[in-house]
Write a new protein. Sequence first.
Length: 286
Amino acid sequence: MQKLLRIAIQTKGRLNEGSVRLMEEAGISLIIGRRNLVSPAKNFPVEVLYLRDDDIPQTVAYGASDVGIVGENEVMERKENVRIVKRLGFSKCRLSLAIPQQLEYHGISWFNGKKIATSYPGILGNWLKSNGIDAEIHIIKGSVEISPGIGLADAIFDIVSSGSTLVSNRLKEVEMVVASEAVLIANENLPAEKLAVLEDLIFRLESVQRAEGKKYILLNAPNEKIAEISSVLPGMKSPTVMPLAIPGWSSIHSVISENDFWEVIGKLKRAGAEGILVIPIEKMIL
Ligand code: ATP
Ligand code: MG
């Protein structure tokens, strides 16, 4: 029997939805509703292990799971022996220092002699050390953001995304220390057959990621405009051009990126394109 590649993902929380969606986009059907500790996928040689995010780096380092999806912040904090095999682009956040809004901030020396509450003592300790700041670290597990308000600390070092939690606790972000996103981590010593499954998984994830932000575009144009229109549309190799039933006209197909979408559409219209259709792309295999 083939050995299953075991993937640890967060049971519930800010990483769970993105992790489950990624598995599904890669064609891995999880047996949902059965959140047992371990559940096999229906159609791919993997099984999913549901854990708290804190435990994922260690579980992968010790080989109780082969790979895992976790925030880069946890990987940095735990310093376990794991390999980051892929950045996944979701659950983006940053770890920042924040102080009470009403206080004046004049640079990092502000933190000298201060008490900073955090759940990330490792990352904070390194940052303080490398910046030559002598501050006290107060380790706290949850609700870090309330600590200055209740007199437990002078400042906090915590996860920030939109910043709204800081605002509602009358704090202001003054230093960003590291950026984080979900990453796929792997055990350093996977056997060859599991590495092969991991490579297949990465290939699938890359096909999905490549398609993100890309659109399939179809349009009609008079034949004498094909050259001009093609120069605006790079396509994967070059645009596909097919004759329409009306003589002198063609249908042109290509792929464009969402970033320069409106600019390209404008150029196409000016070049004489008509009947422009834009369709989402699910996966892109190069
Ligand atoms: P668990 O119960 O599994 O221990 P948790 O409460 O420690 O979960 P979550 O709040 O679910 O953790 O956050 C998990 C990860 O998601 C964080 O380590 C971070 O990488 C990322 N994250 C946290 N907050 C945000 C946010 N506001 N926006 C985007 N990503 C975030
Ligand atoms: Mg946690």
